[in-house]
Ligand binder design. Structure first.
Ligand SMILES: [Zn+2]
Length: 203
């Protein structure tokens, strides 16, 4: 009888250890799944243009990157003038809004979004002179999400979207024009070369 009791206690210990181990490994699996799904949500799955989705349909780039030392693209509606005032601006990809407010001067309403390409690479998109802003700092956005509308910075310009892509995230806003292009990418080239996740690269 005493021997049987010993065996029973031993068996109980073994069984409870096993189930504890199983429980722990189940937790680990679901934790990993969770982390992976959060990462999948955060990581980009390709990029599109910020106007006229897809492919900037019915818009033209009035001042390309590099022309007059321009650090971005100027997107205008094909109708010209202020015909594009109030047209939608879309996030070029999944990302995290780091700035969404009026900074006045030549910039007006500015939205800045950081896009996570993989664990090591990020780019930032900058949307300037917006008429309206529909997102807040700290918000996650999806590709093609309407984040604002095209503006004219309180009548300073004819309506257009000044749009930049930077591969150095969080630099000062800058001046929009410079002969020094370190940290800036040609936005149109970048989007064309990174339409899908598979091709994504910040080169
Ligand atoms: Zn511009």
């Amino acid at each position: 009888m005493k021997k049987n009791l010993k065996i029973l206690v031993l068996l109980t210990i073994i069984i409870s250890c096993k189930s504890e181990k199983q429980k722990r490994s189940n937790i680990e699996i679901s934790y990993n799944d969770c982390v992976q799904s959060i990462d999948t949500i955060k990581m980009t799955d390709g990029f599109d243009f910020p106007v006229g989705k897809p492919d900037a349909k019915k818009y033209y780039n009035a001042q390309k990157f590099g022309v007059n030392e321009h650090l971005g693209d100027d997107w205008n509606g094909v109708g010209g003038g202020n015909t594009d005032l109030g047209d939608p601006i879309y996030s070029i990809g999944k990302g995290y809004v780091t700035h969404a407010k009026n900074i006045y001067g030549g910039w007006g309403n500015v939205i800045r979004i950081v896009h996570y390409i993989d664990n090591d690479n990020q780019v930032e998109s900058v949307y300037a002179h917006c008429n309206e802003i529909f997102v807040k700092k700290g918000e996650y956005v999806t590709k093609g999400q309407k984040i604002g509308t095209i503006g004219n910075n309180d009548g300073k310009y004819l309506a257009h979207l000044h749009f930049e892509i930077r591969n150095e995230v969080g630099m000062p806003i800058g001046g929009g024009y410079s002969s020094i292009t370190k940290g800036y990418l040609d936005p149109t080239n970048f989007i064309r070369n990174n339409r899908t996740k598979k091709q994504s690269t910040i080169e």
